[in-house]
Design a protein around this ligand. Structure first.
Ligand code: SF4
Ligand code: SF4
Length: 219
C-alpha cells in the first residue's frame, strides 16, 4: 500500500513525463463558497482531491478558437492538449485503483480558483491565475479523484500585484478598473476585436495576459 506522499510523488513524476507544465492538488472541501454545480462533489461523490493541470501558452496561436459552423461547436487548441493529458492522468490513477472524473469545461469548476486553492498561484488584478514561471500565460483543466494526495497551500492574495497596475492600464476596454473584473465590458470588446487567423479561427484579446510581467517567458 503506497502512502499519500508516495502516490503524490508518483503522480507528479507521471505528469512531468506526459508533458504537463504544472500541476497542483487541492482539497475538495474548500469549494463550499461556490454554487453547487461548481463544486468537485457534484462531479464525483466522496472525492478526496482536485487535480489542476496547466499548459504554458508559449505560442499565442495555441490559444485560438476554431468554430465548426455545421456542428455548432468550438474547438480550442490548447484545451485539446489538456484534455488528452487529463485522460492520461485518469488512466494512471485507474491502474492504481482510484476512480477519477475529468471535470467538463462547462459548467465545470472555476479553474483559476481551483488552481489558487491548490497552491499553484494567486489570482491577480487581471482576474487571472498568476503562476511563478509562466505568469498568466496559461490555460487550465481539472480532474477530481478518490485518491488522497498531498494538498498545496491555498493562496488568497497576490503579492505580485501590490505595487503594479500594468494590466489594468493595458486593458483597452477598461474592464479591470476599480479592482473589479467587468465581464460584459471585456466580452463586448473581445467580440468586436477578434484576431482572425483564418475564416473560422480566432484569438481573443489577451492584453491582460501579455502585459503581466510575472514569469520568465513571454509569448
Ligand atoms: S481580455 Fe482584453 S478586454 Fe478583456 S480584460 Fe483582458 S485586456 Fe481587458
Ligand atoms: S500586470 Fe501587475 S497588477 Fe496585473 S496581474 Fe500582473 S502583477 Fe498583477
Amino acid at each position: 500500500m503506497v502512502t499519500i506522499k508516495e502516490l503524490t510523488d508518483e503522480l507528479n513524476a507521471h505528469c512531468d513525463k506526459i508533458g504537463v507544465d504544472f500541476v497542483g492538488f487541492g482539497d475538495p472541501t474548500k469549494f463550499s463558497k461556490f454554487d453547487k454545480e461548481y463544486v468537485p462533489e457534484s462531479y464525483l461523490k466522496n472525492s478526496k482531491s482536485v487535480i489542476v493541470i496547466g499548459f504554458h501558452l508559449y505560442d499565442l496561436s495555441l490559444d485560438a478558437w476554431s468554430k465548426d459552423e455545421k456542428k455548432g461547436k468550438s474547438y480550442h487548441f490548447t484545451d485539446s492538449i489538456l484534455l488528452y493529458q487529463c485522460h492520461q492522468i485518469k488512466s494512471f490513477l485507474a491502474k492504481k485503483g482510484f476512480k477519477s472524473k475529468i471535470i467538463p469545461y462547462i459548467p465545470g469548476l472555476y479553474l483559476k480558483d481551483a488552481a489558487a486553492l491548490a497552491g499553484i498561484g494567486p489570482i491577480g488584478k487581471n482576474n487571472l491565475l498568476i503562476t511563478k514561471t509562466f505568469g498568466s500565460q496559461v490555460r487550465l483543466r481539472a480532474l477530481v479523484t478518490k485518491a488522497k494526495l498531498v494538498y498545496g497551500k491555498p493562496i488568497h492574495e497576490s503579492e505580485y500585484c501590490k505595487n503594479c497596475n500594468i494590466c489594468v492600464d493595458s486593458c483597452p476596454a477598461g474592464a479591470l478598473e476599480g479592482g473589479k473584473y467587468r465581464k460584459s465590458l471585456c466580452y463586448n470588446y473581445c467580440m468586436e476585436n477578434l484576431k482572425k487567423l483564418s475564416e473560422n479561427t480566432v484569438i481573443w484579446c489577451n492584453k491582460c495576459i501579455e502585459s503581466c510581467p510575472v514569469g520568465k517567458l513571454s509569448i
